[in-house]
Design a protein around this ligand. Sequence first.
Ligand code: SF4
Ligand code: SF4
Length: 413
Amino acid sequence: MDYVKLINCMRCGMCLPHCPTYKETFLETASPRGRVALVCKVQEGELDKSELLLEYLSMCLDCQACASACPCGVNAGELVAEFTCERRAGAGLGFMEDLILRKLVPHPDRLETSMVPMRLYQRTGLQKLVRKLGILKMFPKPLERMEGLLPALPARPLRREIAEITPATGTERGTVGFFLGCVMSLIFSDASRATIKLLSSLGYKVITPKNQVCCGAPNMLAGDLAGLKEAARTNVEIFGGHRIDFIITDCGGCGAELKKYGHHLDGDLMAEAFSGKTRDISQLLALHVDELRVMLKPLPPKVTYHDPCHIAHCQGIRREPRELLKLVPGLEYRELAEADACCGSAGTYNIEKPEMSDRVLLRKVDNIRKTGADYLVTSNPGCLLQLKKALAVELPSLRVVHLTELLLMSLNA
Ligand code: SF4
Ligand code: SF4
């Protein structure tokens, strides 16, 4: 860990009003400034890595809202994640982590097969029965929460049905590689299908390599740096074998990770080129506002936008999604208060820290309610899972969709 990054904190407190856990607790130990101080004291040998210290640090969502607010460039979320990652890396992978991160996640075929029981569980009506009878209450809480988050799964993962090459519609203007995120392909395949359709409609040939693997973000979370580098090397090699102008992703979490491949692979030139070509879909679509203005057809709903942390704070993308939504004729855009505040999903945080996750989520839901919107748009699978579940209960008339789904609705209107 780079000690200089820690001592850059001048304790001004400008990050405090932006930190979701501080806003909920008003505790210094739950603030970015407090977390940086704790890690700093450990590095200086004045504090032990006690369970209590780790518990304090584990409350951080790694949303990086503090980094956006800090005038000194301190990224408390990243520093805490790095600290935790180094500690976990020292402990090695447990049996289940090894099974999931090494034997399942890097193998798309196996990952897809592992979802078959869930698909059967939903399609046979068993899920409805289990929920109606409250059977899950007899299982550990994390399992009940995980089950509750699962939306209706598509019949097939997108990777299995999408052609490796989708031709451009009309005159070809370029070629892009499409990065299929695991969750996007397995769960939100309609959104990624919409992404590919928009790209092709704008004249891009889309190459979707079937042998691409997970971006490595789950490895990073678990401190499995070897697994992360392996994922990065595999993807860099696969996409490097194609002549493409951009690598496009519609998953905020994947985009944030792909843009760091150059760093993860220690400045390897191919990895740097890969990261340099990576764009969130909103960044590419925003290059074509003039064409889209002509192509998009009227759509009347009131729409609001939630900034995923991995898009707003980690990639600095805020203008593009809003600009694209405002292109839709007739659409009434309503800005969301605290739009770039975390929704409480944060990887597996909503399973591991349910109480704080729910508090953060409740604030988000209240702000969404105040907009009076018919649609909530966002662009990250974690946010989609979290907000779809909560809003189905709290605001059943509101629909939660990915940015590309809403744009495609307008294209097809
Ligand atoms: S992390 Fe940045 S904003 Fe927060 S107290 Fe330190 S210097 Fe100030
Ligand atoms: S990453 Fe988020 S939760 Fe963690 S300290 Fe920063 S603002 Fe707070």
